[in-house]
Design a protein around this ligand. Structure first.
Ligand code: URA
Length: 220
């Protein structure tokens, strides 16, 4: 399913995701349960994100007949999963559980809580050499203003020369405001998300959202 908010957006929806989101979004869910339910939800998102990458039609002989199937053409060693730390690390690990041969990149960007508009500031990056020749899966569970995402995409595209069309951005909840920003600056980046929420509140948190993903996942 797609949405008019971004030209390259895939909104993944299922009853399983809704069940998991109900646990995850509940403010009374404990840290232990939050970790377990978010890992289950992220695993579904990971599979849908990988399925959104190029595939070819193939046929396979089953024990009893012929199956018309699909095969991914993505080469894991030429694919880099990049986490926007720290929340992105949780999603990154879900990708690595499915495919340990993926290369890994890390970017640390933090909101300046003292500034009125909470501007995103770049602190650190560790990316594999030759990333401009790889497919890139960028991970951040929550896209609110998209400030961190834009800073990460600027680094990947303008400094590391990755073509935006090589990038898939995996995220579990997006605000419409952030999707609008991404659509204006990076319309070629493919986005795979499991929810588009209503809006942002005055503190730039997603509503209804789930609060601070990193704080709830890591218990800080
Ligand atoms: N990051 C989060 O973890 N939650 C939000 O609501 C917004 C950004």
């Amino acid at each position: 399913m797609s949405s008019g908010l971004h030209p390259n957006l895939t909104l993944v929806q299922s009853k399983a995701l809704r069940l998991l989101f109900t646990k995850l979004r509940d403010k009374n869910t404990s840290q232990v349960d939050f970790v377990q339910y978010s890992k289950r939800l992220m695993r579904l998102l990971v599979e849908d994100t990988l399925a959104s990458l190029p595939t070819v039609e193939i046929e396979r002989q089953t024990p009893t007949g012929l199956f018309k199937g699909l095969e991914s053409t993505t080469i894991p060693s030429q694919t880099c999963v990049v986490s926007i730390m720290r929340s992105g690390d949780a999603l990154l690990e879900s990708f690595r559980e499915v495919e340990p041969a993926f290369k890994v990149g890390k970017i640390l960007i933090q909101r300046d809580e003292a500034s009125a508009d909470k501007t995103a500031q770049f602190f650190y990056e560790k990316l594999p050499p030759g990333i401009h020749e790889m497919n890139v899966i960028l991970c951040d569970p929550m896209v609110a203003t998209a400030g961190s995402a834009i800073a990460a995409l600027d680094l990947l595209c303008q400094v590391k020369h990755v073509d935006p069309s090589q990038i898939t951005f995996a995220t579990i909840i997006c605000a419409p405001e952030g999707l609008g920003v991404l659509a204006r600056k990076y319309p070629e980046v493919k986005i795979v998300t499991a929810a588009i929420d209503e809006s942002l509140n005055d503190e730039k948190f997603i509503v209804p959202g789930l609060g601070d993903f990193g704080d709830r996942f890591y218990g800080t």
